[in-house]
Design a binder for this molecule. Structure first.
Ligand SMILES: [Fe+2]
Ligand SMILES: [Fe+2]
Length: 141
């Protein structure tokens, strides 16, 4: 499977967001490498899936700070998108821990597609809101 390649088209111009997105790409690529190498060590795979889940939640908490500042028209849609993603990821991880299959192309395709689209559409729109209103990160909830 092809890795997900970072390029300037993913840049939102909000440096912390871009950095975190790049870290998310790294974790996805770690999973793709494991699959390509035929790694079937379930504990190792679970560890990286857990990292994917933890870091996604960290990243969403970071974005939440901006989502709740000022008047952001896309607020509900953005929060719903994050919730949908976390529910899907949980469904995959639960199936994995229940022993139903391995690191499937379904999981990896979902991660690649969801993050690409989300960054290019929803996060880009959030970044416009952040930059236009001159927002700065005001701390964790
Ligand atoms: Fe994001
Ligand atoms: Fe987002």
């Amino acid at each position: 499977m092809e890795k997900i390649i970072w390029s300037s088209r993913f840049e939102t111009k909000v440096p912390e967001m871009d950095q975190q997105h790049q870290n998310l790409f790294r974790i996805i690529n770690q999973l793709i490498e494991m699959r390509n190498a035929g790694d079937s060590e379930r504990d190792r795979i679970f560890e990286v899936l857990k990292q994917m889940s933890d870091y996604s939640q960290y990243h969403f908490r970071f974005e939440n700070n901006f989502i709740h500042q000022g008047t952001y028209i896309g607020r509900t849609r953005h929060l719903d998108a994050h919730d949908f993603y976390l529910a899907e990821l949980k469904r995959f991880i639960d199936a994995f821990t229940a022993g139903k299959g391995g690191l499937t192309t379904e999981i990896l395709d979902f991660l690649k597609t969801w993050w690409s689209r989300h960054i290019l559409e929803t996060d880009r729109e959030l970044a416009v809101h952040i930059i236009a209103q001159g927002l700065t990160f005001s701390g964790w909830d």
